[in-house]
Write a protein that binds this ligand. Structure first.
Ligand SMILES: C[S@@+](CC[C@H](N)C(=O)[O-])C[C@H]1O[C@@H](n2cnc3c(N)ncnc32)[C@H](O)[C@@H]1O
Length: 723
C-alpha cells in the first residue's frame, strides 16, 4: 500500500523542468515501493555517558555537573582540588574538581568492576541472588560475560514513557514536550532488548509489561527484534477502579507481552485463577447504601480486597467441612448409642482426647472433664441429645487423618463446633483432585495445557493493595512510584519457571525489587533454587533531585546517592523481606496473602548480595594489578555460590567453601592441577595467563567435568565494555 506520499507528490508536481520532474518521480517511486511500513524511528545513539563516580585524571574528558549543555572539555592539569580544563577550541579555564564529571563518548571503552555493598544471608548453602546498582545498558553488557545464553526468564517493567518525566535519556528527563519522545524510548529499549536476546536461553521467555502509552510501538519493536518468536499480549487488571485519564476512559489494566520461542514452555501463571470476582458488583452494593466520593471508593475497595483475600479461594465457593453432629430424625442418642460420647479439647481449641461412648443409663453430668479441658457433646441447639457422624473409632480415625477438626466457637451454644470431611471429599483428597494442607482444602489445577485466558482479572494483581501497600509495610518511610503487585510478578515468574526450579531470572528495570522478592517466595513454595539477578539504577526522584542540586549536591556525591532508589528502596525492601524485620529491627506486621500465607515477619530463606557496578580507570588499576574489582564477576560466572575468592598473593586459591578455584601464577599450574583433582566440590577453574597455549596446557590436565575460563593478567581487560 502506498501511503503518506501525497505531500511529496504535490511537491514533485511543482517542478517545472519536465525531465528533472520525471527523473525525480521515478526515483521516488522506486524508494516508495521498497519502503517498509512498520516501526520507523530515529536511533538515538547517546554521544556520551557521564560517569559521576569515576576518578578525574589528566587527559580525561569532562563536563560540568551543573550544566545540561553538551559541551565537553579535556582536563589539562590537576593541582589538588583545582583543575585546568580546555574546550574544543583550546580555551583554558579553571574549575573545581568536585564540579566535574568524567564523560565517555560513544565508541570508547569502559572497564566495569563490581564491589559488594551489603548482603543478607538466610538461605544456608543456596546460591545467592544478586542486586546490581548500575546503568542497565552497562550491566547487560557485563552479564554477557557471565550469562550469555543462560537466562531462563527476563521479566521487565520499563519506564512507560508517560511524558511525566518518568525516565532519563542522555542525563535528561524525557517529557511530553519532547518531539523525539517515542524515538528516544524505542532506541533506548532496542539497545537493551538486543542484549536481552543474547542473554536468553533458546527456550527462554521474555516478559515485558507496558501500558497504553507505548504498547503499540513496543509490540512492533518486539516483532522486529524477535522475528522467530511467538508474541502474545495479555491484558492485566491492576487497578480495578481505574486511574483517571482526563476526558478518556479510566485505565484499569496494563499489558504484558509474552515473547516465547519454539522451545519455550509456559505454565499456567496463576494458581489463584479462581479469584475472579466482580469489584463492580461489590461497589454497586456499597453504593446503594452510601454516597461515596472517589477517595472513599478506593478505601472501601482496599478493604474489600483485604477481606476477600484473607479467605482461601475455594472455601468461598465450595464447602468441604460439615458439622460432625448428625442432624435429622435418625440422629437421636437412643437410635445410635455408640455414637454418643464426649470430645475433650484444650482451652485453645485443640483436640485433647475422645471419651468412651456412654451406656444407656449414664448421664452427661457423670463424666469427668480432664483438667484444663473443655467438653463437647453432640447436643444440638434444641438441647436434644443427638449423635456424632460415627462411633468412637471412626471419629478417632477421622481426627488422626486430619479429616476432622475442632472448628470455631459457636457463640450461641457457647462451645466450639466440630467439623469433618465427607467420604466423597476424602476420596478426592486421596486421588489428588483436592489438596488438604493445614486444614485448608484447595482444588488442584487439572494438568492440562490450558494457560488460561489473555485477560487477567485477579484481586491479587491489584498494584495498590499488593504493591504500594505491601511496600509500605516493608519500608515504612519511603515512597516508590508504582511498584508491581508481588503476587502479579510471582504469577508471571511462575508461568516461566514452574517446571524449572534452578532457573535464572533477570530483571534489569528492578525498581523496588518486587521480582527478586517474588522469586525468593516461589523458591520457598516449591523448594526451588531459582536465582534472580536484579539490576536497577540509583536514580533520585525528580523532587529530591531539585532540592539536592540547590545544595550543590550531584550524582556521585554520597549525600546525593543516599537518596537513590537502590540505596533507599531496593536494598532496604529486600533486606526487610528476607529478614522479616523493618530497618529498625521490628518484626514486619501482616501476612502474605493468596498463597503461602505466612507471617511476613518469618522472612524468607534466601541469600542476596548487593553490588555496585564501578567504572574503573584502566591506567591506574593496571598498575596496581587489582583483582578485587573483578573478583565478584568471576564468582557470578561460576554460579554465585559459596564464598568469594580474594587475591591474597598466593599462587592459587582452592577453598573448600568455594565451588571454584583460581590459578593466579601460571608457573604453579602442576600443584594447582593436583589439588583440583583432590577436590570434590570444585566445578569451575579460572586460569590467569596471557598465553592461550599455557591455558590449554592446564585445561588438558584438569578433570573434564570442570568448566574453565581464561583470564588476562590485565584483569580489567577481561570484561571491557562499550559506552
Ligand atoms: C517502572 S520501574 C520498575 C518497578 C518494579 N517493577 C517494581 O515493582 O518495583 C522502572 C525502574 O527502572 C529503573 N531504571 C530506569 N532506567 C534505567 C536504566 N537505564 N538502568 C537501570 N535502571 C533503570 C528506574 O529507576 C525504575 O525504578
Amino acid at each position: 500500500m502506498k501511503m503518506g506520499t501525497k505531500f511529496v507528490d504535490s511537491l514533485l508536481s511543482k517542478i517545472d523542468d519536465e525531465s528533472l520532474r520525471t527523473q525525480l518521480t521515478n526515483e521516488f517511486n522506486k524508494l516508495r515501493d521498497n519502503k517498509e511500513f512498520g516501526l520507523v524511528f530515529e536511533r538515538h545513539i547517546p554521544e556520551y555517558v557521564r560517569l559521576y563516580k569515576r576518578e578525574i585524571t589528566e587527559g580525561a574528558h569532562v563536563q560540568l555537573k551543573s550544566s545540561k549543555s553538551d559541551d565537553i572539555f579535556t582536563v589539562r592539569e590537576i593541582k589538588g582540588k583545582k583543575v585546568k580544563i580546555a574546550n574544543k577550541d583550546g580555551l583554558i579555564r579553571d574549575e573545581k574538581i568536585d564540579d566535574l564529571a568524567v564523560v565517555m563518548r560513544h565508541g570508547e571503552s569502559i572497564y566495569p568492576g563490581l564491589v559488594e555493598v551489603d548482603r543478607v544471608e538466610r538461605g544456608g548453602d543456596k546460591p545467592f541472588h544478586t542486586v546490581i546498582n548500575a546503568e542497565n545498558y552497562h550491566a547487560l553488557q557485563l552479564l554477557l560475560y557471565t550469562h550469555e545464553g543462560k537466562i531462563d526468564c527476563i521479566y521487565i517493567d520499563p519506564p512507560y514513557n508517560t511524558g511525566a518525566k518518568d525516565w532519563k535519556y542522555n542525563n535528561d528527563y524525557v517529557d511530553s514536550e519532547d518531539r523525539y519522545r517515542h524515538s528516544k524510548w524505542l532506541s533506548f529499549m532496542e539497545k537493551r532488548l538486543l542484549l536481552s536476546k543474547r542473554l536468553l536461553r533458546k527456550n527462554g521467555l521474555l516478559i515485558v509489561t507496558i501500558d497504553e502509552k507505548e504498547f503499540l510501538r513496543l509490540g512492533l519493536l518486539l516483532e522486529d527484534l524477535f522475528p522467530d518468536a511467538e508474541i502474545q499480549m495479555v491484558s492485566s487488571v491492576i487497578s480495578p477502579f481505574g486511574v483517571a485519564r482526563g476526558s478518556e476512559f479510566r485505565r484499569v489494566d496494563e499489558k504484558i507481552f509474552y515473547v516465547k520461542f519454539p522451545e519455550t514452555q509456559i505454565w499456567n501463571p496463576s494458581i489463584e485463577s479462581d479469584q475472579n470476582f466482580s469489584f463492580e458488583t461489590f461497589l454497586e452494593v456499597v453504593k446503594k447504601h452510601v454516597n461515596l466520593d472517589d477517595s472513599s471508593e478506593e478505601r472501601i475497595i482496599g478493604e474489600l480486597v483485604e477481606t476477600y483475600a484473607s479467605k482461601p479461594a475455594d472455601e468461598k465457593k465450595e464447602t468441604f467441612w460439615f458439622s460432625l453432629m448428625r442432624a435429622g430424625s435418625n440422629s437421636t442418642r437412643s437410635r445410635s448409642p455408640g455414637c454418643f460420647f464426649p470430645i475433650f479439647t484444650t482451652k485453645s481449641g485443640e483436640l485433647h482426647s475422645i471419651g468412651e461412648a456412654l451406656n444407656k443409663e449414664q448421664t452427661v453430668s457423670e463424666i469427668q472433664i480432664p483438667v484444663g479441658c473443655d467438653i463437647i457433646w453432640p447436643i444440638n441447639e434444641g438441647n436434644i441429645e443427638a449423635v456424632w457422624q460415627g462411633d468412637r473409632d471412626t471419629v478417632s480415625h477421622l481426627f488422626d487423618s486430619g479429616f476432622a477438626k475442632i472448628g470455631t466457637m459457636n457463640k450461641k451454644l457457647g462451645r466450639r463446633s466440630i467439623v469433618y470431611l465427607r467420604s466423597g471429599t476424602i476420596e478426592q483428597i486421596k486421588t489428588g483432585v483436592l489438596e488438604l494442607k493445614n486444614g485448608i482444602i484447595t482444588r488442584r489445577k487439572k494438568k492440562t495445557n490450558d494457560l488460561g485466558t489473555t485477560h487477567w482479572n485477579f484481586p491479587s494483581h491489584n498494584a495498590t493493595s499488593h504493591g504500594t501497600k505491601l511496600l509500605k509495610k516493608l519500608i515504612t518511610d519511603v515512597k516508590f512510584p508504582y511498584p508491581k503487585s508481588l503476587y502479579a510478578v510471582e504469577d508471571a515468574i511462575r508461568s516461566a519457571t514452574n517446571g524449572k526450579k534452578e532457573a535464572v531470572i533477570l530483571d534489569f528495570f528492578g525498581g523496588s525489587g518486587t521480582t527478586l522478592h517474588a522469586v525468593a517466595r516461589l523458591n520457598q513454595q516449591d523448594g526451588g533454587n531459582r536465582k534472580c539477578i536484579l539490576v536497577t539504577n540509583n536514580s533520585v526522584s525528580l523532587d529530591e533531585e531539585s532540592v539536592l542540586k540547590t545544595k550543590g549536591l550531584y550524582p556521585g556525591h554520597p549525600e546525593f546517592e543516599a537518596f537513590g532508589i537502590f540505596n533507599q528502596i531496593t536494598m532496604p525492601r529486600l533486606i526487610a523481606a528476607i529478614s522479616g524485620n523493618t530497618k529498625d529491627g521490628k518484626p514486619i506486621k501482616g501476612q502474605y496473602k493468596f498463597n503461602d500465607r505466612k507471617s511476613i515477619s518469618e522472612g524468607l530463606e534466601a541469600n542476596v548480595k548487593f553490588l555496585e557496578l564501578t567504572y574503573e580507570n584502566h591506567d591506574t588499576i593496571y598498575l596496581n594489578n587489582d583483582f578485587s574489582r573483578i573478583g565478584t564477576i568471576c564468582w557470578i560466572l561460576q554460579g554465585s555460590k559459596g564464598s568469594e575468592i580474594k587475591n591474597t598473593g598466593a599462587h592459587f586459591e582452592i577453598q573448600n567453601e568455594s565451588f571454584y578455584c583460581i590459578l593466579f601464577n601460571i608457573d604453579h599450574w602442576q600443584e594447582f592441577v593436583n589439588e583440583v583433582k583432590h577436590s570434590d566440590t570444585i566445578t569451575h577453574a579460572f586460569i590467569i595467563t596471557d598465553s592461550k597455549v599455557q591455558y590449554q596446557q592446564v585445561v588438558k590436565h584438569l578433570p573434564t567435568n570442570i568448566e574453565t575460563t581464561m583470564l588476562y593478567e590485565d584483569y580489567l581487560r577481561n570484561f571491557q565494555i562499550g559506552v
